[in-house]
Design a protein around this ligand. Structure first.
Ligand code: GLU
Length: 416
């Protein structure tokens, strides 16, 4: 049987599974299967050669019963509306599972930012904001970075928004540079949150991580910081890392600082001195204690799940594992820390950023780390408890916790 890889269908299937166990009211269930609203638009951009190119953009506000929409904007050539819908749904469950007062949303532009100059990228970012300015803001929907977007892009977007509205409102977007109201600790927050969850999981499993091995698939913001923090906080030895161009492997361990410098210089981990070249596929199947899928959706599928040897999978990417693969991993006894729990550190520190912007009073990095630790560890134990009580895997357990919270808010508002 061939596997369905449409991310939104996958997100709906996961919700359906949880709804059944929760015995969720069918009316709330059907309401939660669809986004509340979505925006599709075009963005005309004057390119450096003087010609205009038209890009396609989206913002999906999946659910805002618990608070303003929240979620990043992805710039990617393979972006589709169904990817944005799935990511917006996962944001809804993500903010609920860590219990921060926000809803779920996501944005995207079909483009390849690696082929754009800085000036073109700036005009595209400002053009995106001109299209969504009416529908975003601190009380409506708050964007942030995602794949191939970064603090500089957030700064251009905030500036465009403030130029349109004529007032300062830094909390309308997060992941900003520090000098424009960004939060200390936002840069590595996704990875750090995942490391805190992993530490708690290892404790409940009685698993010693000090000196154990790990592999990082995807060496962007989440993956590269996961490497550093896995070394620093847990004493894990990262033996393999990969990006869109391929991977590297060294059983003696890869040096995080040297590998980051190599990637900075050559734009890839490939060719890192002293390491063997491997493919992304081979990396996923390495015999390591912890696997960090940290890039895009659908990398662990029914085709390779049977070959995965990791003891534990910490999903820093959104949607890396398909439902078919989940069932196989479960049968093999592989412990999965599901995406919207494991990678919720980013949005949690985004929430801290909004709070600091609202009060115009800024926290130290130490405070950010402590509060992040508290929230992530508490969320892990809530999910762990739901998994034990219902005898389900962690992904379904995370859905049980999150969906129940969103359903309660929808019910209390009298929407359904
Ligand atoms: N893009 C990140 C995520 O998928 C962060 C979202 C945010 O900070 O709002 O969780």
């Amino acid at each position: 049987m061939s596997e369905h890889l449409n991310p939104f269908e996958i997100a709906q299937r996961q919700l359906d599974d949880a709804a059944q166990i929760l015995q969720l009211d069918p009316e709330i269930h059907s309401y939660l299967r669809e986004p509340m609203r979505e925006f599709h638009f075009t963005i005309p951009v004057r390119m450096d050669n003087g010609r205009t190119k038209v890009f396609r953009g989206y913002r999906v506000q999946y659910n805002d019963a618990r608070g303003p929409g929240k979620g990043g904007i992805r710039f990617h050539p393979d972006e589709t509306i169904d990817t944005v819908r799935a990511l917006a749904a996962w944001m809804t469950w993500k903010t609920a599972v860590v219990d921060i007062p926000l809803g779920g949303a996501k944005g995207g532009v079909i483009c390849d930012p690696r082929e754009l100059t800085q000036t073109e990228l700036e005009r595209l970012s400002r053009g995106y904001m001109r299209q969504v300015a009416k529908i975003v803001g601190i009380t409506k929907d708050v964007p942030a970075p995602d794949v191939y977007t970064n603090p500089q892009i957030m700064a251009w977007m905030m500036d465009e928004f403030e130029t349109i509205t004529g007032r300062h409102e830094p909390g309308m977007i997060t992941g900003k540079p520090l000098e424009l109201g960004g939060s200390a600790g936002r840069g590595d927050a996704t990875a750090r949150g995942g490391i805190f969850v992993l530490r708690a999981a290892a404790e409940t499993l009685g698993l010693e991580l000090q000196g154990a091995t790990a592999a990082v698939q995807g060496y962007g913001n989440a993956g590269s910081f996961a490497h550093i923090l896995a070394n620093e906080i847990l004493g894990l030895k990262v033996v393999a890392a990969s990006d869109s161009r391929g991977g590297v492997y060294n059983p003696a361990g890869l040096d995080a600082a040297a590998l980051a410098a190599h990637k900075q210089q050559t734009r890839s981990v490939v060719g890192f001195p002293g390491a063997e070249t491997i493919s992304n596929g081979e990396l996923l199947e390495l015999d390591v204690t912890v696997l960090f899928p940290s890039a895009l959706e659908n990398v662990i599928t029914q085709r390779n799940a049977g070959n995965i040897k990791a003891r534990l999978i910490a999903e820093l990417a959104n949607g890396p594992t398909t439902p078919e693969a989940d069932a196989i991993l479960h049968d093999k006894g592989i412990y999965v820390l599901p995406d919207f729990l494991c990678n919720a550190g980013g949005v949690t520190v985004s929430y801290f950023e909004m709070v600091q912007n609202a009060y115009q009073f800024y926290w130290t990095e130490k405070m950010v780390h402590e509060r992040l630790d508290e929230i992530m560890t508490r969320a892990y134990y809530a999910v762990h408890q739901a998994a034990q009580e219902n005898q389900v895997n962690n992904r379904i357990a995370a859905y049980l916790v999150a969906v129940a919270r969103v359903a309660q808010a929808v019910r209390a508002r009298g929407w359904v």
